[in-house]
Design a protein around this ligand. Structure first.
Ligand code: VGL
Ligand code: ZN
Length: 203
């Protein structure tokens, strides 16, 4: 059984959002084209409290892009984004949300971030996505969304670690690229971990 995992297609990751991903809205039509072809579609949603520890605004004297230690792991600090219940946390208005069977929210604990749809960054707490997929007899997932170099990458790495077969839709992802090339390096890393990297047309 295959499932489609749609990662963080939220307003704050769009070019007009608080944590803009260049060309982020280009992933919306790719998600809309693929969703009808899967009997299980799960969407992840970055869902932070305003006090979240990944926000530079919650660490006086820091700026977005700085790196601190949060929950004993290295943490890049970000502008405030995807605050629970705000328009920035909503899915892009053109995403066909009626095709989503289940939404998994992550990053809700102020003390630790969660780029992955499966586990918090310290690997201690699970979101429930792994159990959901196992319950539904899923053994293969197809992943797309935002951002290639953070939440897509972490979700894929954890899925491979849990034993799922993973395909990443290359044209269905876009990167933050804090350093130029981060997105390309993330695709290379996911490939070397065992993910297949395909275009939407090849799915
Ligand atoms: C993400 C940075 C911070 C992502 C989420 O969805 O890739 N990136 N929070
Ligand atoms: Zn976040």
């Amino acid at each position: 059984m295959k499932a489609l995992i749609v990662v963080d297609i939220q307003n704050d990751f769009m070019p007009f959002g608080a944590l803009p991903v260049a060309d982020g809205d280009a992933v919306v039509p790719v998600a809309n084209a693929l969703m009808p072809r899967f009997s299980l579609v799960v969407a992840t949603q970055d869902w932070h409290p305003p006090t979240h520890g990944s926000f530079a605004s919650n660490h006086p004297g820091t700026s977005p892009g700085d790196v601190i230690e949060l929950g004993a792991v290295e943490q890049v600090l970000w502008p405030d984004h995807c605050v629970q219940g705000t328009p920035g946390a909503s899915f892009h208005s053109a995403l066909e949300v009626a095709r989503i069977d289940q939404v998994v929210r992550k990053g809700t604990d102020p003390a630790i971030d969660s780029y992955s749809g499966f586990f918090d960054s310290d690997q201690r707490s699970a979101t429930g996505l792994g159990d959901l997929l196992t319950q539904r007899a899923v053994d293969e997932i197809v992943v797309l969304g935002l951002a290639t170099d953070y939440c897509v990458r972490a979700t894929v790495t954890d899925a491979i670690g849990l034993g799922f077969g993973v395909t990443v839709v290359i044209d269905g992802c876009r990167a933050v690229d804090l350093s130029p090339g981060d997105g390309e390096r993330a695709f290379a890393a996911m490939h070397s971990e065992g993910a297949r990297i395909l275009t939407c047309r090849e799915i």
